[in-house]
Every structure is written in C-alpha cells, then in structure tokens.
Design a binder for this molecule. Structure first.
Ligand code: HSE
Length: 429
C-alpha cells in the first residue's frame, strides 16, 4: 500500500509535536502500520517561527480550510480549536473532499458531533478524536473497541487537569481557590481566561462525547448539567478530609431506565475510591460495563506529548484501514436519549452553612430540612467565632435533589444564615 499522506492544520505545541513524532519515528510507525506516513502539507499563521521540526519539502498553506479542500492528502488534522469558524470549515471541507479527519477539538465535536459523524459516514471517511477526551488516555478506543461487547451503563471521571491541579493544590496547601488559580496562571497550568476549565465547560464537552460513544446516543452538550469549582473553599476541602472524602470535579454520564444523566460538578468521593487518588493535572476515566465490570484508566489529560500520542493513534488506525462509526454505532442509528434532569438525582449531600453563633440556629435549619423531608446524617461545628459567624457542616442521607434544593432555599432565607449555603454532592463511586 502506498504512503498515507497527512496534512496538519495548526502548528501549535500539539501540531508541532505530531509533526515531530511522525517525522522522527517514521520507520517505527511505518513498521507498525505496514505503510509509511508522510507529512505532506501544513497550515499555520507564522511561517518564520522555529518549531524545532524540519518541514522542508512540506507544502505550506496560509488557510487551513483551503488546505483541507485542496492539499494532496488523505488525512487532515484539525489542531486549531474553537467550536466553529475555521476549525469547523477544516473538518467540513476535508469530509467534503473525501479525506479523513483527525481532531483534538472537543468543543467542535460537542457542538456539531452528530452532523459531522453523519457527513463523514456518508463520505466513508473517519473522524478520529481520541485526543479530544482525556488527552493520552485511550478512552475512545476502549469504549468503541475494547468494550464493544458490553452494554455500558456508566462512564465517569476526572476530565479536566486544570481543575484537578487546583483542587489538589488547595488540599495540599490549605490555600483558597483564587490564590491557587492565580499561581496556576503564572505557572502556565491555567489559561489567562480560565472560564472553560474552572466553570466545567471543558469537562462537559468531553463528557458529551463520552456519553455519545458509550451509549450510542446523539451528542447532546446542551443536556449536560454543568457546575464549576469557583465556590469550593479551603474549608470545604478540610471538612471533606475530616469526613473521609476528597473533592474532585467529575464528569458523570449514566444510562438509566428514564434516560441519560450527564453531569459535571465538584463532588466528594470516598477516600478509598480510585478517583480520590488521581491528583494534580492527571485525568482518569471509569467505565462500567455489564460484561467487563468496572475499568479505570488513568493518565495525562493534556500536554503536547500525550495529545500528540492520541492524534497519532488515530492516524495509525486510518493507515491500517480502520474506518469505524464515529460514535460506536453508525450515525444513522444513534438514538436521541431522554435527558434525566438534575432535580431527579438521588444521593447524599454535604452542606456548609455560615451561621450566627447563637441558640436556636440549628433548630431553624433542622426545621427547614424536616419540611422538605431531608434527613441529617451528621453535623459538625468547630470552635466559636469572635466575628460572630461560624461554619456549620451537615451531611444529609440520600435525598432527591429537588427536595435538597427546596430545603437550601428555605435555609438561605433564615436571618441567622449569613452567606449562601454551599452544597456539594457526595458520590459513593
Ligand atoms: N484544559 C484542559 C485541562 C486540557 O485542563 O484538562 C484540554 O482539554
């Protein structure tokens, strides 16, 4: 078979790392694929910038969308990013011209995954996106191939390294969120605009893709309930430790009788759960299947090397002739799942209140909980305050979220509760 010709759209750290690996490990990769893989074209804004890769002899395009349509290539890599605009044009042009697409772009696929999958399958080309979810962890391959004999009923995990780094550092140092975020930005671990990461949107993009491939459902980013980590305080992290939990931002997708649950929120996981020990920038994904049982995959979620490694695994699949349905079943067979609203969640909860330190406060809080049939498991108060207010922590037995929310609204109205309640779900994974 002749060489597979690859065109790279976007030569940032990931694009340059992909080019470097494809060029410097040409013989190894050719031996694994049974054919050579040649980088034949690239597109990036600045031709003069030294990326540490020898691109002599490679055709240069100023416009990646034009490259996708006209380069003499079999595979177009979209490593530009963004949920629309040039990234979408690159993928559409590539598919329109009958070329395979490999992308690391979770936002694009979370928004347009189903129509792109339909177009790709009509054109009999692949859309590879291993790099879009949890970087170097081969979770798409695991779900689509390794677990193909299973009914998957849950896929969940730590999908954002920035949040996991911040929560880990808060726990290790006792510092507050804002302080740790600023330092993470200075060190380059967090973006100057951290919104996508710390507000849970990046994890939600990834979760929407995981749910699609795990359950064979249309990708539905709009159905993901999303909460970030800005409201988590150093106190919450300490109380979590005391109660035997760690706080993690999780993406959780469950297939249940009423439909599909897709949720991203910070939650407490028991100290003995594998996810509690995934720290720093690492990601981990847990898949639960009816044949395989529980499988945990852990690894680097981002960075040039791990992301490039995932991109190249997709290119190698294409070189070997593998063109799989994008989301594990043909796009025409993807089902439209009923969304299970967050109000239906049933589980235990942690609530931290800031209350005036005077008699009767706990009675008022208990009355609000009783009215909504929320049952207290434990109550913690540490010390007395000279400022007049103290944190009081409650854990609540399994409760339906709608009841919990109504109870919290009642509690927030009490004169003796001086700050909005902080609620964190407990996930006994
Ligand atoms: N910003 C992401 C993270 C990596 O912090 O995990 C790319 O999705």
């Amino acid at each position: 078979m002749g060489p597979l010709r690859v065109a790279i759209g976007g030569l940032g750290t990931v694009g340059a790392a992909v080019a470097d690996i494809l060029i410097s490990r040409k013989d190894l990769i050719a031996a694994r694929c049974g054919r050579q893989i040649d980088v034949v074209a690239v597109s990036a804004r600045d031709r003069s910038y030294d990326r540490g890769v020898d691109l002599s002899g490679v055709e240069w395009f100023d416009d990646a969308a034009e490259m996708a349509a006209y380069a003499d290539a079999n595979v177009i890599l979209e490593l530009i990013g963004g949920e629309d605009g040039i990234a979408k044009a690159v993928c559409e042009n590539a598919i329109g011209a009958g070329r395979h697409v490999v992308t690391a772009n979770k936002a694009l696929l979370a928004m347009h995954g189903t129509p792109l999958a339909q177009a790709a399958e009509r054109a009999n080309v692949a859309v590879g996106y291993e790099a879009a979810v949890a970087g170097g962890i081969p979770i798409i391959k695991a779900l689509r191939e390794g677990f193909a004999g299973n009914g998957i009923f849950s896929v969940h995990g730590i999908l954002n390294g920035t949040c996991n780094y911040i929560l880990t550092t808060m726990r290790e140092t006792g510092r507050d969120f804002d302080d740790v975020l600023s330092e993470a930005q200075e060190l380059g671990y967090a973006e100057a605009d951290p919104t996508f990461d710390v507000d849970g949107i990046d994890a939600a993009h990834k979760l929407a893709l995981l749910a699609g491939v795990a359950f064979g459902t249309e990708v539905n980013f709009g159905a993901v309930h999303v909460e970030g980590i800005r409201h988590i305080s150093a106190d919450d992290i300490l109380f979590a430790e005391e109660l035997g939990y760690r706080i993690k931002l999780l993406g959780i997708a469950n297939r249940t009788d009423p439909g599909v649950e897709q949720r991203v929120y910070p939650c407490m996981v028991p100290m003995d759960a594998p996810l509690a020990h995934v720290e720093g920038v690492f990601n981990a994904v847990v898949a639960e299947g009816d044949a395989v049982g529980t499988s945990v995959l852990q690894g680097a979620g981002a960075g040039a090397g791990p992301t490039a490694s995932a991109v190249i695994s997709d290119i190698v699949d294409i070189a070997r002739g593998m063109v799989l349905p994008v989301f594990s079943v043909p796009a025409s067979k993807l089902t439209r799942a009923q969304t299970v609203p967050i109000g239906s969640r049933a589980g235990p909860y942690y609530v931290r209140l800031t209350v005036l330190d005077r008699p009767g406060v706990i009675a008022d809080v208990s009355a609000a909980l009783r009215e909504e049939e929320v049952s207290v498991e434990a109550l913690l108060q540490r010390g007395r305050s000279e400022k007049g207010s103290v944190p009081v922590v409650l854990t609540l037995h399994e409760t339906v979220e709608a009841n919990m929310q109504r109870a919290l609204a009642r509690i927030a109205e009490l004169d003796t509760v001086v700050e909005p309640p902080c609620m964190i779900r407990i996930e006994n994974l």
